[in-house]
Structure formats: C-alpha cells, structure tokens
Design a protein around this ligand. Structure first.
Ligand code: 5GP
Length: 208
C-alpha cells in the first residue's frame, strides 16, 4: 500500500442485521449507492441462488465441501447456519478494508454480528432494522414471493425470535419509509466516521 493511500483512520465495519422481511436488503443496496466510500462485504453461502441474484455480486455461492474447506482454513471472519444453509464473511477482504481505512457494510444475522463484535470490537458498528409491526413484516415476506408457505412460516417464527436481539445493537432503525431509513443510516455512517477515537495515533491535523 502506498503511504498516500493510507487514510487518517481505520476502516469501520458497519453491520446491518434484521429479521427477514424488514427491508434490510433494500436499505443496504440503496445505502451502498448513496454513501460514498462504503463497500459491500460479499458473503459465502451454501444456499441456492434466487432468480434475481448473481454470483459474486449478492453472494459467492458454494457447495458444503467448499464452505467447510474455507471454514477450516480459518478464512472466515464469522459464520452461521441460517435456514439450513451456511453463511460466512470472508476474512481477508474485511481485514484489508479496515487496515486501509475503507468502510465496509456487512448484511449478516445476529449470530454473525456477535462474532464480529467479539473479534473486532473497536472497529465494528452494529445497526438493527425492524419493520414497524409484525403484521407489516408478514405482508412484506408474502409480497416478496420468493418462498412457499412453510418457508414463510419458518422465517416469521425466526423473525420474532431475532427481533428480541435489538438491545445488543448500537443503533435501531424502524423501517417505515425506506427513504427515511437510508437518511438515518447515512447519519450513523457520517457520525461514526468523525469519531476522534478512530483516528490513527500518528494523525496530526496540524502541528501545535
Ligand atoms: P438470505 O438467505 O435471505 O439472503 O439471508 C438469510 C440471513 O442470512 C439474513 O439474515 C442475512 O443477513 C444472513 N446472512 C447473509 N450473509 C451472512 C453471513 O455471511 N454471515 C451471517 N452470519 N449471516 C449472513
């Protein structure tokens, strides 16, 4: 890395978690477009791709064998089983981003958020997204139309359990209007970027 590429602060790991159907994917996609200098972390998953998903863009789609190989090679910063599939965050791109002062957005579940918080406490900011109500959540899941009734029932049950985890997070966004939610997320990112505690030890705004 060239010295001129080194930012005055370390990169921030922004973690976005939500029960499924809360609108998290919409918010994270919009945030990645709207917020300069924020990159997506691309997870590994053993789940089958949905129709609108692309390899390397939404996920790296791998089989169990490949996932386990990466896991036992210590290549994942966190991982979890969600709905009978494995999901994990590749360690190298994450740590490279933090070291280079680039901010990265992780769309991961609460089990993964706990692991990242434990290992990267100083660099992680956790944000939880909730729909305005449980009925609203059920409606969103049905409108999405990507799962059958049994899968929706499972996701709803899990959503109810997951929602109770919000007190573990730094920030809560109630997603009533997507535009407002994105503004709130922007405000969080901007404020976190300005924290004095994130500046590198050698940073000197001017010499006194
Ligand atoms: P989906 O299958 O709907 O894309 O994602 C299901 C759940 O897995 C979501 O809550 C999503 O945030 C979570 N997830 C996606 N990637 C990862 C990951 O790398 N690690 C963990 N722990 N959860 C993930």
């Amino acid at each position: 890395m060239m010295e001129s590429d080194r930012r005055p602060r370390r990169g921030i790991i922004f973690i976005l978690s939500a029960p499924s159907g809360a609108g998290k994917t919409t918010i994270s996609r919009a945030a990645l477009k709207a917020i300069e200098g924020l990159d997506a972390s691309i997870s590994l998953t053993t789940r089958v791709p949905r129709e609108n998903e692309a390899e390397g863009l939404d996920y790296h789609f791998v089989n169990d064998e490949e996932f386990n190989r990466r896991l036992s090679g210590d290549e994942l910063a966190e991982w979890a089983r969600v709905f009978d599939a494995s999901y994990g965050t590749p360690r190298e791109p994450l740590e490279n981003a933090v070291a280079a002062g680039r901010d990265i957005l992780l769309d991961i579940d609460i089990q993964g958020a706990r692991q990242i918080r434990a290992h990267y406490a100083a660099d992680a900011v956790t944000i939880f997204v909730l729909p305005p109500s449980f009925d609203e959540l059920e409606g969103r899941l049905r409108r999405r139309g990507t799962e059958d009734d049994a899968a929706i029932a499972r996701r709803l049950k899990r959503a109810q359990e997951e929602a109770s985890a919000y007190p573990e997070y730094d920030y809560l966004i109630i997603n009533a209007e997507v535009r407002d939610s994105i503004e709130r997320l922007k405000a969080i990112v901007n404020a976190e970027r300005l924290k004095v505690g994130r500046l590198r030890a050698e940073f000197a705004p001017w010499t006194i």
